[in-house]
Design a protein around this ligand. Structure first.
Ligand code: PLP
Length: 225
């Protein structure tokens, strides 16, 4: 955790960013509860999981005991899991199709506070999920604004799995450019969150404007269970 903190700080310095502009999410998928507990004890408060079932097994008790922790869904969400997801997660960061917005909007309609969501943009050839282009994001944003139970707060993406830094950077720049376009089109709305950057590329993501980085392996080690 300390080593990651140092790397985050150095990337912030290089990119002219403040450390307080970048939130660190610990991606705890395939890691067991004691490791999550250790990370919490070391100061981590935000966790990400990419499967509803696994997250429920680990976090339903943990979150009740540790109410200060926050849990986001960062993986694909099937319709039949949406209800469970809305009751477990504090935010859905991987909204990747309009039908899911309808589903989440209906489920979140009775909430006291709106459910934070991010729209995922597909920016890399070798990844699958995400809205395909800017136009589909415009439509998705319009749809999300219909539902008072949803609080759209920005965008998320995954860069390609490659060591080619130019390709990775291009992917992050595409997300940042999409955010600027959306902010111009929907200026009275919140587009502040850019969730991008994982263990292998978070420093580049910070240089390119990430406000939330999602780190698994570099924090928790290789995945198991
Ligand atoms: C697994 C995962 C991460 C973390 O990946 P690492 O390379 O282990 O840091 C981040 N984002 C998403 C969407 C993931 O599925």
């Amino acid at each position: 955790m300390e080593r990651i903190e140092e790397r985050i700080q150095r990337a912030c310095d290089r990119g002219g960013r403040k450390r307080s502009e970048v939130r660190l999410m610990g991606v705890s998928k395939f890691h067991a509860l004691p490791e999550i507990e250790d990370a919490r004890n070391a100061g981590l408060r935000l966790f990400g999981e990419n499967r509803v079932q696994e997250a429920a097994e680990k976090f339903s008790v943990f979150k009740a005991r540790r109410p200060e922790t926050e849990l986001h869904l960062i993986g694909p969400l099937q319709r039949n899991k949406a209800k469970a997801a809305v009751s477990l997660f504090d935010a859905i960061d991987s909204v990747d199709r309009e039908a899911l917005i309808d589903e989440l909007g209906a489920l979140a309609s009775g909430r006291e506070t709106a459910l934070p969501i991010l729209l995922e943009l597909h920016t890399a050839e070798d990844t699958k999920s995400g809205f395909p282009n800017l136009d589909s994001l415009y439509h998705a944003a319009e749809k999300a604004y219909i539902f008072p139970g949803l609080a759209l707060g920005g965008l998320m993406t995954m860069a390609p799995f490659t060591s080619d830094e130019r390709l990775i950077r291009a992917s992050f720049r595409a997300l940042s450019a999409a955010r600027d376009k959306l902010a111009a089109r929907f200026p009275d709305r919140d587009w502040s969150c850019l969730s991008m950057g994982m263990s292998n590329d978070f420093e580049i993501a910070i240089e390119e404007g990430a406000t939330l980085i999602r780190i698994g392996t570099a924090l928790f080690g290789e995945r198991h269970i």
